[in-house]
Design a protein around this ligand. Structure first.
Ligand SMILES: Nc1ncnc2c1ncn2[C@@H]1O[C@H](COP(=O)(O)OP(=O)(O)O)[C@@H](O)[C@H]1O
Ligand SMILES: [Mg+2]
Length: 146
């Protein structure tokens, strides 16, 4: 697999463990406060990637998914991690009542699935990752620079 010496080079992840390993290898390059926006279709491996990040941070125990809770705070690791899944948010939603986008400014890391649901401005710093399922079942992960 490629290293992050070339951040734009896409990486092929052949199974879920490689998707998690991708997150672990990116972690040293993520400064506290970074928002990781995870793009990709349903089933791409976005939640798996966040699980890999949680493991790499040393977050103990089960890693619950935020599918029904919108936001899953994950603590006990080297940095706090907030895992958002905006999939269930439809057009009419009071982002202000959720505290967006100010609540995204944290001392830890924030990972957001379905970031395109949010129409407003995002605080920096941001890392954009795109996970693209391939015909052979593997996933291609590309890091974009906004
Ligand atoms: N590189 C990969 N190759 C094959 N399957 C993968 C890969 N990465 C993740 N998966 C699997 O894809 C499925 C969907 O992953 P998930 O993280 O729930 O997707 P998403 O959150 O994008 O909807 C899971 O079974 C996961 O283990
Ligand atoms: Mg998911």
């Amino acid at each position: 697999m490629t290293t992050f010496a070339e951040p734009d080079a896409p990486v092929i992840c052949r199974d879920a463990s490689e998707t998690r390993a991708h997150a672990a290898r990116l972690l040293p390059f993520l400064k506290p406060g970074t928002i990781i926006r995870l793009h990709g279709p349903l089933g791409a491996g976005k939640s798996e990637w966040v699980r890999g990040l949680a493991f790499a941070l040393g977050i103990p125990g089960e890693i619950p998914s935020p599918t029904f809770t919108l936001c899953q705070p994950l603590s006990g690791g080297k940095l706090p991690l907030e895992h958002w899944d905006l999939y269930r948010l439809e057009k009419a939603r009071d982002w202000e009542s959720l505290g967006w986008p100010e609540c995204l400014i944290t001392p830890g890391l924030v990972a957001v699935e379905w970031p395109d649901r949010y129409p407003g401005r995002w605080p920096e710093p941001i890392v954009d990752l795109e996970i693209e399922p391939q015909k052979d079942g593997t996933r291609r992960i590309r890091q974009n620079h906004p």
